[in-house]
Structures are given as C-alpha cells and as structure tokens.
Ligand binder design. Structure first.
Ligand code: SIN
Length: 485
C-alpha cells in the first residue's frame, strides 16, 4: 500500500544520521503494519545503542555551525521546510493513515497542524529577545542573552506521528539546537518522511537525526545518560515520563514532558446543549479517542443530563468506522491489540460496577482493532474508566448537581493536561476557568490545539510548553553579562 505514495522519495526505511540514510550496524529491521488490516507496510532499520551514540555525535558536531547561523537564515530554512511539507500534504497524509489508522481527513489536518508549528517557529526564530537591566552601580551594565541549549533528544508518540515531531524539532532548530529524534516504532515512516523534507529544505547534515528502533529502553538510556544531550523533550505516558525524568537526573538535563491526561468535559445546566454535543464528539472521538486531550470524563448537570445523553447518542450513532483511506470514515482502528484489550477491559469493569451501556461496547468484528464508538452512562468515580486514560472511542457520562461538586470531581486526579466546559453565565465561566487545575481549558469549545497557544499540562501531566511564544524558551538557556564600563 505504500505504493499509493506518489513522491517515492518520501518513503524511507533507514536511519537518518548525519544526513545519510543508513542500515542498522547489525542489519536488523522491524516490521511496520497497517493497524486496519494488519498488512505489512515495510521493514524499517532497527537501530540500537551504537546508532544512537552515532546520532548524538553527529548532532554535537553539527551544533557549532548551526547555532552560528544568523537567525534569519535558520528561519528561511524552516520556511522552506514548511512549504515542502504542505506541497507533500496528500502523500504525507496517506502515509500517516497507513501506519497510524486515522481517517484521511484527520491526517490531512494533522499535516497542516504539524506544518503550522514549523511556520510559527520559523517566525519566532527571529524573536529570541534578550534584555537589558539597570546595573547595580553607575559603571556597570547588565545584559541578558538567550542562547540555544545544545543537543536535544526528542521522543515522540504514535498518536500524532507528524505534529508531535514538528512541534519539538521546529522550535529546537529555530533556537539553534540540533536534534536526535526517536519516533514511535509504530509510526516510523512519517518521521523519516518529515526528516527527508527537512534535509531537502536545507537543514544541514547532523542537525536533525532520526533513530528508528524497537529498543526504546536502550536508546532512551543512551539519550538520557549522555552528557552531550542537554535537553529531553518527551510526549507519551506518565509512567515512561517519570522513568526518563529519573534517568535525566544524573546529567541534570532540562526537560519538557507532555504526559497523560484525564480530561473532564463539563456541561452546565445553562449550556447550549447542541454545541456541547458537537464539542464532545470532536473532543472524544478525534483519532478514535487516542489523544492526550480527549474528553475522558463527561460530567453533565442534572437538568440537561437526559437531553445531552440523547443527543450524544444520535450524533455518535452517525459516526462511521472503517479504513481511514475510505471516504466518509470518521473512526479508524486502535493502534494495536494491547490498546484494544485495554479499552475492552475498561468498558467491562465499568459495566460490572453498575454503569449502563447506551451504545457500542464491543469491537466491530472479532479480531478487528476497530472499536465501536461507545457511550456509557451512570459512570462513577470508583470505576477504572474514571481514573485511567481511556485512549479509545468510549464516552463515559457522569451526572452531577452543583458547581462546587463538579470542580472537586474534575480536579480529583493526578493528571492536569486539558479540561473543557460548556456554560453561559459569565461569573460561572470565570469561577470554573480559574478553579480547574489544568494547563489548558476549552470553554464552549472542544478544540484547543493551535500552534500559537502554549500546549502543556500541570501536575503529573508534565511541564514545559509547546507552541506559542513560550515554546521557544524550552530550547534556550539564559545567560547574563555583568559589564564594568
Ligand atoms: C496529544 O494528544 O498529545 C496532542 C493533541 C493535540 O496536539 O491536539
């Protein structure tokens, strides 16, 4: 099926180190499958410790000349990269759907979203401002410089195989850093295609390296223990984030961690229920529910509970499952068997604990990774579905009575990535917006993703921000000069 890709140069299956496509030293490869039909898409080089070390050396060697470039020159290269991504949008989207499964319309959207980070940071590259501060004495001057932190390691997930890469690599490159990327082994083709386009745009050898590997622990150990790597940016599970954080302690690396979420989606009595249903559909079912910012717990106030559930059922029932390549499909497969089994387990637990099944509740057919869009009502705090990240197309709906009660329930989690609520009263909006312990809050909207906004969490959802004017800071260090005149 990779034959569907028109620009054949986008299809690469080797490691990308120092501007060269290379095989693993031991010749090992791993298989990449289409999660929809389990078709083998291709074999990709399986790098390990040796190749990761090689990539770090390449990134280190390339650092001096890349950071010495004028910001405007780095900006121009990033702009060319952005343009090339958009010129290849359709091919990149097909590649993404083939290895990840999401519907083609969503893949096209992700390519545009991913490109928007490159464009944003191409602009921000020119705005790395320092400061002047009044000196402590008449003959002293204090100047603040912002400088690139150095070699960056980026570890990215399979759920957004394109955009999670660009929103780390683009700010790193804009700041003058060089990068070693380890993408998910489920979706290496998108990573290699984006690296190819970066190189075509003029990103010099060694500035952006890609290690494809099934040996995530070993590669992670090399990246986190290397004194040359000055920063790690990771998007993925909270458990792995904690491990990486520990591993980075010995070399005191700067970290950005975008970890798991458990988003509350609250509908108040005065909400526009139709708008809330529309928001819930996009927030819950985008990418088959496999986003860190998906609505995980849908709290509906009692006066609108029945009407909301009814309308949600009608809207959910219209969603079509199937191959992401087929026109009209809204929900593709889950990424792998482990993910499907987890979703099944959460639904089973909720039903055993007294929840009611309103829609779905099983796979499309036995053995398939397609899971029917599902609605569960009468959900309660004690159920696993309330404390775990579902990462599947299952909407769990809870009833609540008061504003204070729902704020308490919404905050009763270690996660703090995204939250959403729908309501009209101005005082209520401010009260809830300020009380929610989350890094991002969607108010009367189910979509919060935007390159111009700071994406990131609080509590155990991590720290650091991606996108926006804050996103560059994560790749910079602050130095001050005290000058005696
Ligand atoms: C994520 O799921 O981690 C990213 C979602 C987004 O950027 O919209």
């Amino acid at each position: 099926m990779l034959s569907l890709i028109k620009n054949r140069q986008l299809v690469n299956s080797q490691l990308f180190i120092n501007g060269h496509w290379i095989s693993a030293a031991d010749g090992q490869t791993f298989d990449v499958y289409n999660p929809f039909d389990h078709e083998l898409l291709g074999k990709v080089a399986d790098g390990g410790v040796e190749e990761t070390e090689e990539a770090i050396v390449a990134a280190h060697t390339a650092l001096a000349s890349w950071q010495a470039l004028a910001a405007i020159d780095r900006s121009r290269i990033l702009k060319r990269w952005h343009n090339l991504v958009l010129e290849n949008q359709e091919d990149l989207a097909i590649l993404l759907t083939l290895e990840q499964g999401k519907p083609l319309t969503e893949s096209r959207g992700e390519i545009a979203y991913g490109a928007s980070y490159i464009e944003w940071f191409a602009e921000e590259a020119k705005r790395v401002y320092g400061d002047t501060i009044p000196g402590p004495q008449a003959d002293k001057r204090t100047i603040v410089l912002k400088q690139p932190i150095g070699v960056v390691a980026a570890i990215t997930p399979w759920n957004f195989p394109n955009a999670m890469i660009t929103r780390k690599v683009a700010p790193a490159l804009a700041a003058g850093c060089t990068v070693v990327l380890k993408p998910s082994e489920e979706t290496p083709f998108s990573a290699l295609a984006i690296a190819y386009l970066a190189s075509e745009a003029g990103v010099p050898p060694g500035v952006f390296n890609v290690i494809t590997t099934t040996q995530a622990a070993e590669a992670g150990e090399v990246l986190t223990s290397s004194p040359v790597v000055k920063k790690l940016s990771f998007t993925g599970s909270t458990a792995i984030g904690k491990l990486l954080m520990k591993q980075c302690a010995d070399t005191v690396k700067k970290l950005s961690l975008e970890l798991g979420g458990n988003a509350p989606f609250i509908v108040f009595n005065d909400a526009d229920v139709d708008a809330a249903v529309e928001g819930a559909i996009v927030s819950k079912y985008r990418n088959a529910g496999q986003t860190c910012v998906c609505a995980n717990r849908i709290y509906v106030q009692e006066a609108v509970y029945d009407v909301f559930v009814e309308k949600l059922k009608v809207a959910t029932d219209k969603l079509r499952l199937g191959s992401g390549l087929n026109e009209g499909v809204n929900i593709g497969p889950l990424i792998n068997e482990k993910a499907a089994t987890k979703v099944e387990g959460l639904v089973k637990d909720a039903l055993e604990c007294g929840a009611s099944l309103e829609l779905g509740g099983h796979r499309f057919y036995s053995g398939s990774l397609l899971y029917l869009p599902t609605i569960i009502t009468d959900a309660r705090f004690e159920m696993k579905i309330s404390s775990e990240e579902i990462f599947g197309p299952v909407a769990a709906v809870y009833k609540f009575e008061t504003v204070d009660e729902v704020i308490r329930l919404a905050n009763n989690t270690d996660a703090g990535l995204a939250a959403y609520f729908y309501g009209k009263d101005n005082a209520l909006i401010w009260k809830v917006a300020e009380a929610l312990e989350y890094g991002m809050v969607g108010i009367n909207t189910g979509i919060i993703s935007d390159a111009a906004a700071p994406f990131g969490g609080v509590k155990q959802s991590g720290f650091g921000r991606e996108g926006s004017k804050y996103g560059l800071d994560d790749y910079l260090v602050t130095k001050y000069l005290s000058i005696k005149t």
